[in-house]
Ligand binder design. Sequence first.
Ligand code: GLC
Length: 425
Amino acid sequence: MQARFGTLAAVACIVACGGGDEDGRQVITFPASAVGAEAELLQEQLERFMLERPDVRIVRRETPDAADQRHQLYVQWLNARASDPDILQLDVIWTPEFAAAGWILPLDAFAPPVSEYFPATVAANRWDGALYALPWFVDVGMLYWRTDLFERPPASLEELSRAAARSRSDGTRYGMVWQGARYEGLVTVFLEHLGAFGGQIMDADGRVVVDSNAAVRALRFMADEIYETGNVPRAALTWQEEQTRFVFQNGQAAFMRNWPYAYPLLRDSAASRVAGRFAVAPMPAAPEGEPTATLGGSQLAINANTENPEAAYAVIEYLTRPEQMLERARVVGQYPTRPALYGRPELARGLSVPPDRARRIIERAVPRPVTPVYTQLSQLLQIRLHRALTGQQEPRAALEAAAAEMRALLEKVGLAPGESAGARR
Ligand code: GLC
């Protein structure tokens, strides 16, 4: 390992293996998301890195914003064993899949400071005992609410529903908006409702329990918000993060469920009609569950076929330094993955909630199942959730079908609980 990725090998690569430009610099390609104001900030940070490392040139690759589409593109590149892109921005749920497929390099040889990160973010990036990606920023789902319409955030889901209905009769177009398109975002929204009713997707032993009574109540609540109360517009069944943000930003919604990135954009009075008129709170729960935030976020990994692993790691090491994370929090509102930074006064200026509270929310955030077949499981669930929410199937029937399909998949790939492969981690 050490020999394969050693500095000498990397230097030899500049000359012999390609992956370099006409000036002899190592070229590192990097597809990264550009939601909100992320692209500009990243460009600035990469330019600063290049001043520090004039022997490296970083070239950005465009990728779609939607998690599932980005995943599809990555799979095409990696299946083709392409060496480009060198660095991959991974969603928190992809690392086990990419690691198990042999598409990304284990990072332990670079001795990353793993103890400096939130344990849940590190756990999501381990597979088969090795670390495959470094946590870059952490996402938690939150409730954005209008301070000009309400005195305080709702303390329960029922209160949320009532307040949303009231705001509509007072003239606000939409009571509540969330990401309801059939894609990964829908699973994250569902997970928050699921936790709010005391349910889970899989239990601690890896058993699929998404057809529980709690899950049925959660999905029924979401469907009722569309068809019974009318708080959530049907249009939301085609919306991802940005569409919900635009609606909330234009003052058309009383509540919105979204990630932290929306906060600085909504606060910007040049573009936002709700600047100074909104705040952020945890998503509330039903009496039988707990306020739940889905754990999301981005990780940085290295393509197993890269010709420049050392330089790729240097870029990752730079972007995950405390200074860059603090700047990312200040400029684009994204939460650092290093708990120590939550004691820094600079952080308070960028975050949507006070840092000590943000830290507690992150520490209690609920991860999605950590498994190499997560994408397939999620797709099975997405289809059924969307069917129930579009009124094509009853919530119970939809969840029973999803659970049966998910169990069959785990069985097929030998990851059903109790089978030896399932116990690998
Ligand atoms: C955000 C989260 C990610 C999640 C995605 C869903 O990008 O960071 O974890 O899967 O949204 O849309």
